[in-house]
Design a protein around this ligand. Structure first.
Ligand code: MIC
Ligand code: SF4
Length: 641
């Protein structure tokens, strides 16, 4: 029987298990990446495992999320990350070099290899044919120590692309179309493998825009074949030696299929406050815009910025609009400069930011009260921009720039002539902000500042679990709701007691104090609890506050793993209706549940306050049950090594 691309890569990396849908498999990880907001914790965890050098083929530590340095905390983290990387065999990409996913595509990604990254948009590298998965920092730490990565074998869905995109319709519209059809839950437990003649019409950065936002579908990852287009991209990076061809066999089998006709797509836009709230640009045309932001790991490639520069040429941004551009990398910046595009952007009145995540993670450029912000980013969760009542829309660079020029949402097809941009034969390759690890690690001292607090360690679970429901939330709660980011909170990522003060802060400011006072308790959530970012702080900080279990209708993949990694039980209602019957402050008790965790049997929960019982399931593999009982993955790894 023929094989698809995902099966071919997994087969070459399989360490344990069988490639059968739903079965637990262990795979070898070739490369890892971290970014600063998740990296400090990941490296403290790696250090706690006690291995002198990373055991991967390549590990890279990027600084791109928090580069504002509003106080010493942030700068201390950067210094810690730089010295740690040097000592432990990790490449260091310094602040200003660019967004991890964009730089990884440019300088390190290799078709056919596996990549594990402590950032949910790690699947961006699927654009170059890598099997790239986003996870929590602890999973990356364990992979750096040479242990395999465990997951349940996802379903593999073939996405067949037919035809060719029309002018002013772009890769962003392809993934917005998928989000429109499938919603933010539609990809949970799935890998999307792209195929069909339409694939050949898309460059690597366009493919990467699509695989990047597969994260918003909740997918494990997304991947494109590696073909002559991939070869051309690697060649323009001076890395053609890294090329291998990757394609599915003619008779490859899949668990499902979706077809998209590129020729029929039109410009799309995600309305506030969810990436799947997608409509045609035409249908919201005329809405006045106050701010337009172009950048993020979704849309900040050379193609994106050269295109908008060409559109801005000789034009001026109206006084009512603030146009903000953050290039994806130093390479993109240097190349648009060399090719003569940068000057059109500057002349138009756009504001140019550092090559980093910037406003995407709420680091600056919070929109005005109640205003409309059009962004080429991937997430528009309420409050993520830094302004709670701002209305954030997600769209393509073409839609963003035409709308900026008109001061209102505009269908980019009205721009007129098709945009033609020129490409350099080779990009401006200048790796002077990438530092290889030291050859004399013994001589390197890891520098820590006062903001780097010791790792909190989970306490093993007790035989009887008793506690109160501290908060009850609805469906699609994001990790941004659980553990917000932004300029005030991000600097505290390596200081759990300090960051824990902000858990659920935008939903219920009293959560932290109540949790501390009660000595912990439970969280109750609806469907797809914990979607979005990979930040393990959304599990670590609740663990610090004594949360023992989360009861939900369903969980998002990365957050569920993070809960397990930190010894918190992810429990699913056997009967969905029981969700309705529980309220905040109810007291819940579970007895004799430990055996049931191992046998994956229903666990009975008594609601003492309301005097009824209901059943939940943890759906853990025996290995995961063991991790929870040992008080988390770190304790588990130490106990087996
Ligand atoms: C995000 O886009 O939310 C982030 C910031 O990149 C996160 C990681 C983090 O919270 O540090 C992600 O997507 O994983
Ligand atoms: Fe950075 Fe935004 Fe991409 Fe997250 S989604 S990695 S914050 S650019």
């Amino acid at each position: 029987m023929g094989k698809n691309i995902v099966q071919k890569i997994l087969e070459r990396h399989l360490i344990a298990g069988e490639l059968k849908k739903g079965a637990e498999i262990a795979i070898k990880i070739d490369q890892t990446l971290t970014q600063d907001a998740t990296g400090t914790m990941a490296y403290l965890q790696f250090e706690a495992i006690g291995i002198p050098r990373v055991r991967t083929e390549l590990s890279v530590s990027y600084v791109d999320h928090n580069t504002l340095q509003t106080g010493f905390e942030n700068a201390d983290d950067h210094r810690f990350l730089r010295t740690f990387a040097s000592k432990y065999g990790i490449y260091f990409s310094a602040p200003g070099n660019g967004i991890c996913h964009q730089v990884h595509l440019e300088r390190f990604g290799i078709p056919g290899k596996t990549l594990l990254g402590s950032d949910s948009h790690t699947p961006t590298a699927g654009g170059i044919g890598m099997l790239a998965i986003g996870v929590g920092g602890l999973d990356v730490a364990v992979a750096m120590a040479g242990y395999p990565f465990y997951m349940n074998m996802p379903e593999i869905i073939r996405v067949v692309l037919r035809g060719k995109l029309n002018p002013f319709v772009s890769a962003k519209d392809v993934i917005l179309e998928l989000l429109r059809r499938l919603t933010v839950k539609g990809g949970v437990g799935k890998i999307f493998e792209y195929a069909g003649e339409g694939v050949k019409t898309l460059s690597v950065p366009e493919r990467a825009t699509i695989t990047n936002m597969g994260a918003e579908l909740g997918a494990t990852t997304s991947i494109f074949p590696s073909d002559e287009i991939t070869y051309a991209f690697l060649k323009s990076e001076g890395r053609e030696k890294d090329y291998i061809e990757l394609k599915a066999d003619e008779d490859a089998q899949y668990d499902g299929e979706i077809e998209i006709n590129l020729s029929e797509l039109e410009p799309l836009i995600a309305c506030p406050h969810s990436p799947d709230n997608v409509v045609t640009v035409k249908s919201v045309e005329g809405t006045p815009v106050d701010q337009v932001c172009i950048g993020s790991c979704t849309n900040s490639s050379y193609k994106d910025l050269a295109t908008i520069a060409e559109m801005l040429k000789g034009k001026k941004i109206p006084s009512t609009v603030s146009l903000v551009i953050s290039p994806g990398s130093k390479q993109v910046m240097e190349t648009i400069d060399k090719m003569g595009y940068l000057k059109h952007i500057i002349a138009s009145g756009a504001r140019i930011l550092e090559n980093s995540c910037g406003p995407c993670i709420g680091m600056g450029q919070a929109p005005a009260t109640g205003s409309v912000s059009l962004r080429t980013y991937n997430r528009n969760f309420e409050g993520r921009s830094g302004t709670k009542d701002a209305k954030v829309y997600l769209c393509s660079p073409e839609t963003a720039v035409v709308s900026a020029l008109n001061g209102k949402i505009t269908d980019p097809r009205k721009f007129g002539e098709e945009i033609v941009i020129s490409y350099p034969e080779i990009f401006e390759i200048n790796d002077n902000l990438i530092f290889p690890p030291s050859e004399n690690p013994e001589s390197v001292e890891v520098l820590r500042g006062p903001n780097i607090k010791p790792l909190p360690i989970a306490k093993p679970l007790t035989e009887v679990l008793k506690g109160t429901v501290l908060i009850k939330v609805g469906d699609n709660i994001t990790t941004d709701h659980i553990m917000p980011a932004g300029a005030k909170i991000l600097p505290l990522r390596s200081n759990i007691p300090a960051i824990a003060k902000y858990v659920f802060h935008n939903i219920d400011e009293t959560f932290h104090d109540r949790a501390l006072k009660a000595g912990g308790g439970y969280i109750v959530g609806g469907e797809n609890y914990g979607q979005g970012s990979s930040r393990e702080h959304a599990a670590l900080a609740p663990m610090h506050l004594g949360i023992k279990a989360v009861f939900a209708i369903s969980f998002a993949r990365i957050h569920r793993s993070n809960l397990i990694n930190f010894g918190i039980l992810p429990l699913v209602f056997e009967n969905k209706d029981d969700y309705q019957k529980i309220d905040r402050d109810d007291e819940l008790v579970m007895e004799n549940y430990v055996d049931k965790l191992f046998k994956n049997e229903p666990i009975e929960v008594k609601n003492i306050t309301k005097n009824f019982t209901f059943n939940v399931k943890a759906n853990l593999t025996p290995r995961q049950a063991d991790i929870i009982l040992k008080g988390g993955l770190l304790n588990f790894v130490k106990s087996v090594s």
